[in-house]
Design a protein around this ligand. Structure first.
Ligand SMILES: Cc1cc2nc3c(=O)[nH]c(=O)nc-3n(C[C@H](O)[C@H](O)[C@H](O)COP(=O)(O)O)c2cc1C
Length: 191
């Protein structure tokens, strides 16, 4: 896939085909790639926890909030859960100013998802979760601060990009059940 196809196919997926799981080995490769991306002052403050065990995945699914703008849709679906997670932390002792470290998180997360897309997988960045629960669930040392969870698996949803919908940027499901994501027009974002 060229970069345009990768970016277009790299949507936020919240429903997965559990019969084709992403493996711990693949997720490790994705982190290994993210390890080599740009980092402010090259402080490399990011740390990762890979979840592939079913019980761990259940815990993270219970903690995270998927697609909260969709009030009538249960996400992830009962039999369509992610088959892995990559949790991204910042190491408070790495000497990276918070403003820079958070930019590193975005770069790493996008890299992970683009690489997952290239391998036929997909997922969703999740910033909405209870951090204390996450720390306790996975026995994380207090020097690390959870920043983002990435749910991963084989996407089982159709996501369409649309223009603004009734003046709103809120994502929605159309009559056919497609997940629709309004994006601002190019003219609007060039200032
Ligand atoms: C930093 C960040 C945090 C996000 N947190 C959540 C989240 O907690 N739950 C969720 O369902 N989606 C989350 N998303 C996904 C966004 O809702 C999604 O990117 C947006 O609706 C646009 O859809 P698209 O990624 O397919 O373009 C997050 C995305 C980003 C970049």
């Amino acid at each position: 896939m060229n970069i345009e196809s990768l970016v277009m196919n790299n949507r936020s997926y919240r429903g997965f085909d559990e019969s084709t799981p992403i493996t711990r080995e693949i997720m490790t490769d994705l982190v290994d790639l993210a390890r080599r991306t740009a980092s402010g002052m090259n402080k490399q403050p990011l740390r990762y926890r890979i979840l592939s065990d079913k019980q761990d995945i259940e815990k993270m699914v219970a903690n995270a909030r998927f697609g909260t703008a969709l009030k009538d849709v249960k996400l992830p679906p009962e039999n369509g859960k992610p088959t892995g997670f990559i949790l991204i932390f910042t190491d408070k002792e790495a000497g990276s100013p918070a403003t820079l470290a958070l930019k590193d998180v975005g770069i790493a997360a996008q890299t992970i998802l683009l690489a997952a897309t290239e391998r036929g997988f997909g997922g969703c960045m999740l910033g909405s979760f209870n951090p204390e629960t996450l720390m306790a669930d996975f026995g994380i040392d207090g020097r690390y601060e959870p920043q983002l969870a990435i749910a991963l698996g084989t996407p089982a949803e159709r996501v369409l990009l649309t223009d603004e919908h009734n003046g709103s940027l809120t994502y929605y499901r159309d009559a056919a059940g497609n997940h629709c994501v309004p994006k601002r027009r190019l003219e609007e974002i060039l200032i």
